[in-house]
Design a protein around this ligand. Sequence first.
Ligand SMILES: [Zn+2]
Length: 317
Amino acid sequence: MKNNAVIGIDIGGTGTKLAIIDSAGQILERSSFNTQAQRGGEKFIAAITNSVLELQQRMSDTHTIIGIGIGAPACDELSGTITGAANLPFTETLPVRQLVEEQCGLPTRLANDANVAAIGEGQFGGAKGMNNYALVTLGTGLGSGVIVDGKVVIGNHGLASEFGHTFVVRDGRKCGCGQNGCLETYVSATGIKRTVFELICQTTYDSPLRNYSFHQLSARDITQAAQDGDFLAQEAFRLTGEMLGYKIADLIVLFDPQAVFLAGGLALAGSLILDPAKKSLEKHTIAMFKGKSELKLSELGSEDAALLGAASLIYRR
Ligand SMILES: [Zn+2]
């Protein structure tokens, strides 16, 4: 008898990854293609469906594919569409869910990548069995997914939980969204770089980070420097973690979660970001919530979290 499996798809600006994933969260087969090489909506959809059919073929003797889950940036979960953006190879609004479902003949679900990561944490990671939790992804920007009473908070326009664009500093740093002082301008891989450069300007600390240009410097370099004992890098993490904890106190007051998880590139810094965030959260949590919600690191490896989350869109139904 054949086993059931799901195809998870992670659409990213550089690469689109696909994998066949079983119900235990094991990745059985993988493929990928260069997102930018598929210019135009039609070519992009064809690249997805060809990869799906090819993967399905590879496992056809042992597994039955029961559905396709897709995680993508800038998508509308309510209509199943993705609107072209600077980092995608098309400009129009594409009904991706419907096209993939029709062309592959499999039930297809599409969700925002931060929501997908949150669902994956519940299916395969540290949030197993939790009905109320949130996940914050610290990548180029700051994304979040909030689960309340077992359901992802979607909102009236499919736009809920844009935590990265809540304000943290009045008239603060300019954000890509057009506003000033949004959380992600401070707390994200890009945000911590901006903090490092502020510290470089405002202090006289000796630091290897002074040798980098803004574009050269990565969150990984800052993590490495902090782990090697560099004070300026450690200070950047302390400031970033403090601001994160301060705003997670808001999330807790709003949603009363059992736990909040940190995922994404910057979360790989582990205690460097987690410790100051916990301390600040503790300080800013009001009395009735004290000791009730835990702040933790995601238990899914950053490498495959997006694919596991995408597969969870089918498994959790
Ligand atoms: Zn913003």
